[in-house]
Every structure is written in C-alpha cells, then in structure tokens.
Design a protein around this ligand. Structure first.
Ligand SMILES: NC(=O)c1ccc[n+]([C@@H]2O[C@H](COP(=O)([O-])OP(=O)(O)OC[C@H]3O[C@@H](n4cnc5c(N)ncnc54)[C@H](O)[C@@H]3O)[C@@H](O)[C@H]2O)c1
Length: 302
C-alpha cells in the first residue's frame, strides 16, 4: 500500500504511526503546509520503522500524492474548547477546496478526517470532481467505536461483540441507533439488566467525548489515528466491511444531496453500497434533523 497523509499535526502523525505499527503500509508520503514539520515527521517515523516491517517514509509535495492508493486529509486547524465542529467550517473549508483542486483527476481513495468532516467531505468531493464513492469522510466511524466501547464496558462484554451504530453528523446532532443494536446476536434492549432510561446519557457521553478530551489535552488523536488506519487497511484490502462512514448520499434512508454517515460496504473502490439502516420513528426523525443541520452548514459556505 502506498498512502499519503496531508496535515501532520496530532491526527496526521497518529494515523502515520498506527499505519506503520500495523505494518500495512509499504510507502508513506507525508505533507504539511509547514514543510519542515513534514520533513521532521518523515525522518522520525522512518527511524521508528527500524523496529517494524520495512516501509519507506518521505516528505512529499501535493503532486506526488497522485501516485498513492489512498490519500488522507488531516490538514486544517483543530477545535477549541467549547467550540462546535461547525465553528471550524470556514477556515477548514478553504483548505479542503485547495487540496481538492490539487487532487483533481486522482485515481485512488480520498479520506477526509478534518472537521467538520461531513461538510468538508462535500467540499472535497466538489473540488476534486471524483465520484462520490471514492471521497469518504471518517464520519461516525469514531463515534460508533466510542459507543461500542461504552456499551461493552457497561455490560462487561468485549466491544467487538457490540453492534450499535452511531449515524448522522460526526458532531452534536449524531444519532445512536439503540433500537436495532445487538450484542452477540441478542437484542441490546432484551439484554438482562439493560436500562433504556440510561440510553440518552450514554448517547450524550459519546456526543461530547471529543470536547471532554480536548478540554483536558487540547486534541483527540489516538482513537481517530487507529480508526483511520483500520479504514485504510480494510478498504485497500477490499475486505468489504460495513462501516459508518460519511459520503454523498443518493437515496438511502431518504437522504440525498448531503454528505452524512450511514452504514456502507467499503472496499477498494470506496463506499460503493450504502445500506438502509433499521431505525425507529424517533431515530429516523433525528437522522433527518442531523441531515438538515449539515445542509444548513453547507449553505452557509455558498
Ligand atoms: N474526524 C474525526 O473523527 C476527527 C477526530 C479528531 C480530530 N479531527 C480533526 O482533524 C483535524 C486535524 O486535527 P489536529 O489535532 O491534527 O490539528 P493540528 O493543528 O495538530 O494539525 C493540523 C495540521 O494541518 C497542517 N495544515 C494546515 N493547513 C494545511 C494545508 N493547506 N496543507 C497541508 N497541511 C496543512 C498544519 O500545519 C498542522 O500541522 C482537525 O480539524 C480536527 O478537528 C477529526
């Protein structure tokens, strides 16, 4: 795998490190607007590779990214404490537009990580002119992982056995789909001792997780680094995992013309098949509201 990462801050470096540690990448190109940072990170990561499966790491110009199987964008600025992801929009949209233009005609997968990730996926899609299945946002992949962790912890079960998707915006309007959640094939709501009254607080703990972490350490990086590295591995190995990623929706769950997370089968050609999620009435209404939040955020840009 030849992978490019644009933006070598907290998140970009964590993605690089997770990729190298897993031994999945043969060539890693890193880029940052601060070219010295990209060069320094490439040197540091290359030295670490002495302990890992051989990989070549180098600082690269944007034009060189065209040779990669996948390019991840973690460039832009981070959220401040008490700032909504949508507050970041204007600054980071300018970066996404510039990078999309530089990647026009690119043949591989583009993965947007920078926030607000859903709207920026849309900006990147338009600026790059690539087909919608090849321009993904990590979306609620991280929120779903956080929710599986929280529920697993509550039930004393491995989070890998918890199947509970968080859909919608990677942000405040996200929707945790408890109604169809299952644990080892058993309905979550039928699990002995499961307390439905605790669901809203659980959903909020995931909704606000990033703010809690940013308030303490200034950024979130480890979990998104791992989530993105696995997304790349599964996609490029064409494993066809069902993942909650953001892409332009074209009718599933009644959603169109908005980049938002729904479950999708992800393979080497991207998020080609979007699945129809099983939702109750309240969840469906919340998903529609979430899509509206994202549409309004995007309209603010035009
Ligand atoms: N999608 C998610 O689940 C998720 C999770 C965590 C963080 N994030 C987001 O990822 C983004 C990056 O976060 P961070 O903590 O790494 O920020 P950071 O400030 O540490 O790093 C951003 C990097 O981008 C670089 N950069 C800025 N403009 C650039 C350009 N035009 N070209 C190349 N590089 C450029 C900066 O020099 C910097 O090194 C933020 O928007 C953050 O909110 C997303």
């Amino acid at each position: 795998m030849k992978i490019g990462i644009i933006g070598m801050g907290w998140v970009g470096t964590s993605i690089a490190s997770a990729l190298l540690t897993r031994g999945e990448v043969r060539e890693l190109y890193v880029n940052d607007i601060r070219s010295g940072v990209a060069e320094g990170e490439a040197m540091d990561l290359a030295h670490a590779s002495a302990f890992l499966r051989a990989a070549h790491v180098q600082a690269a110009e944007l034009e060189q990214m065209h040779a990669c199987d996948a390019v991840v964008i973690a460039a832009g600025r981070n959220g401040k404490p008490n700032e909504s992801r949508l507050d970041l929009l204007r600054d980071n949209a300018a970066v996404a537009r510039q990078l999309g233009a530089a990647l026009r005609g690119y043949h591989g997968l583009l993965i947007m990580v920078t926030n607000p990730v859903d709207v920026l996926t849309h900006v990147l899609l338009e600026a790059s002119g690539l087909p919608p299945e090849r321009v993904l946002g990590t979306g609620t992949l991280l929120d779903t992982a956080r929710m599986r962790h929280r529920v697993g912890e509550t039930l004393h079960v491995a989070s890998q056995s918890v199947h509970l998707n968080v859909l919608g915006e990677h942000g405040d309007s996200q929707v945790a789909v408890f109604s169809s959640a299952r644990v080892g094939g058993v309905s979550l709501r039928g699990w002995p001792g499961w307390d439905r009254a605790a669901e809203p607080a659980l959903a909020d703990s995931v909704r606000w997780a990033a703010r809690e972490i940013i308030a303490r350490k200034g950024a979130t990086n480890h979990a998104i680094g791992m989530a993105t590295a696995y997304l790349l591995k599964w996609a490029l190995a064409d494993e066809r995992r069902v993942l909650t990623v953001s892409r332009l929706q074209q009718g599933a769950a009644g959603l169109r013309d908005v980049c938002i997370s729904l479950p999708a089968i992800v393979g080497r050609r991207g998020a080609c098949e979007v699945l129809e999620p099983e939702l109750d009435d309240a969840e469906r209404a919340a998903l529609m509201r979430s899509a509206q939040v994202l549409r309004e955020a995007r309209y603010k840009l035009v």
